[in-house]
Design a binder for this molecule. Structure first.
Ligand SMILES: [Zn+2]
Length: 276
């Protein structure tokens, strides 16, 4: 499996990805689909970059046709929170809405744009992110009864990531994953130590079908990307690395967070569809 991108609109952030790992598709999407998700000033801004936004929508429709895909879509930035990372189209929310899917985010950054759309659209949402930089789970729980959050402490590695990803087993299918490669151990700015095993585990979540929207790629994280793609293919991890031991404090903190998340999942109706 390769990373699906829109022909002609490959963002700067994907330059580091070797060309053999990328597949470009050229399909135009439909404005009405855009307007079902985004409106107001965001739609006005998107209209001015129409070709680019329709290419991104077409890319997501092509992903849907395949039933399983890893996509990267980075329309222009700078518009606001209701999209992903300030872009003009939130691919995760788009797919979740169209497919009535559940969303899993695995990214050092908390995905505020996806969160805002979660509040509006109500898709089940498991968020795994850097606790030092992201919101307290209690703050999220006060706003939504369909979110479960696992903040990761600095120093977290595969044990923590895989324990958090395990919670996705309770979510309805299909899954849409937002995956940032910035928890990978070789990320220069990161304080996390996930090896390729974590990203292979994330990829495996869609081995039977599902979608990954890629984010936070870098030259340093290409091994993690290769593992992610192999996992999505249902193939073995091509680049296994030596496990990194976590400190007892990290183990304790993550165990507690995962346990709380599990208890919360047992109470709230995260796996059910929302009634209109
Ligand atoms: Zn990130």
């Amino acid at each position: 499996m390769r990373v699906l991108v829109a022909e002609g609109y490959i963002d700067e952030r994907l330059r580091a990805v070797p060309p053999e790992l990328v597949e470009a598709v050229s399909t135009k999407g439909d404005w009405s689909k855009y307007l079902e998700l985004h409106g107001g000033p965001l739609a006005d801004a998107a209209r001015r970059r129409e070709d680019e936004v329709l290419a991104a929508l077409g890319l997501l429709e092509e992903a849907r046709r395949r039933g399983k895909a890893v996509v990267a879509t980075y329309p222009p930035r700078g518009v606001g929170y209701s999209s992903g990372r300030g872009g003009l189209l939130n691919a995760v929310a788009y797919l979740a809405k169209e497919l009535e899917a559940a969303v899993v985010s695995l990214d050092a950054h908390f995905p505020w744009g996806t969160w805002e759309l979660h509040l509006r659209l109500g898709f089940p949402f498991l968020a795994i992110y850097s606790g030092a930089d992201g919101p307290h789970p209690g703050r999220l729980a006060r706003r939504s009864d369909r979110v479960v959050a696992v903040p990761l402490p600095p120093g977290a590695s595969d044990r923590s990531v895989e324990a958090a990803l395990d919670l996705a087993g309770r979510l309805r299918r299909p899954l849409v994953l937002e995956v940032g490669l910035d928890l990978y151990r070789l990320e220069p700015l990161g304080h996390f130590f996930a090896t390729t095993a974590s990203y292979h585990a994330a990829g495996r979540l869609i081995a039977e079908g599902g979608y990954i929207v890629l984010d936070c790629t870098s030259a340093a994280s290409i091994p993690a990307l290769r593992a992610l793609l192999a996992g999505a293919d249902g193939a073995p991890n091509p680049l296994p690395e030596r496990p990194i031991e976590e400190s007892p404090a990290v183990v304790r903190e993550v165990d507690r967070a995962v346990e709380k998340a599990r208890e919360r999942m047992a109470i709230i109706d995260i796996s059910k569809k929302r009634h209109a």
